[in-house]
Design a protein around this ligand. Structure first.
Ligand code: NI
Length: 179
């Protein structure tokens, strides 16, 4: 069983801005390890601390078989536009085509306190923007067009009112990697 329960849309913890990590100690390293286990169990390729109820600015990722953690990340520059089918572990069963910048320059720190300085594009760029949004209390719902938003409200209220299990994504298995 995963060490943490992933918080789902409607949980207020997902709407709060997380605060900077100011201390990396043994219990923090344990939390990071537990987040990896929770992410792989889901399964997902990115998981931000607020998704397990921790209001701190870091996330774990493994979108290209090269797992990592980034602490106190900031986007220092973003360029272009790209559309991508995006789904979130905290919004089960739903996904949308979402437009975001195509390339970003990100800075942050690793567990050893080394500075990370990353130029990202393609899926990595999408994962990092999505997870940094989680640290700011923003869910992918807030990036939808008006039309998508109407549809999303309907789908979400259906789930709540009928206590339905989330639908299986109507997309080829393996194509949608949750973040
Ligand atoms: Ni997410």
């Amino acid at each position: 069983m995963a060490p943490h329960v992933i918080r789902i849309i409607g949980d207020p913890v997902l709407k709060q801005r997380a605060s900077d990590v100011d201390r990396v100690d043994g219990s923090f390293v344990k939390l990071v390890d537990d987040m990896f286990v929770t992410m792989y169990d889901a399964p997902g390729v990115g998981l931000a601390a607020p998704q397990v109820g921790v209001q701190k600015r870091f996330f774990v990722f493994d979108h290209d078989d090269d797992p990592g953690v980034i602490i106190n990340p900031t986007i220092v520059e973003s360029r272009g536009e790209a559309e991508f089918v995006e789904g979130c572990l905290s919004v089960p069963g739903l996904h949308w085509e979402i437009v975001r910048p195509a390339e970003i320059h990100v800075k942050g720190y690793d567990l050893e306190g080394n500075e990370l300085d990353l130029e990202l594009d393609d899926f990595a760029c999408r994962v990092f923007q999505h997870e940094i949004d989680h640290l700011d209390g923003v869910l992918l719902i807030e990036h939808l067009t008006d039309e998508q938003r109407k549809e999303a409200r309907r789908a979400l209220s259906d789930l709540r009112m009928r206590h339905l299990a989330p639908p299986e994504p109507d997309i080829a298995p393996g194509r949608l990697r949750l973040i």
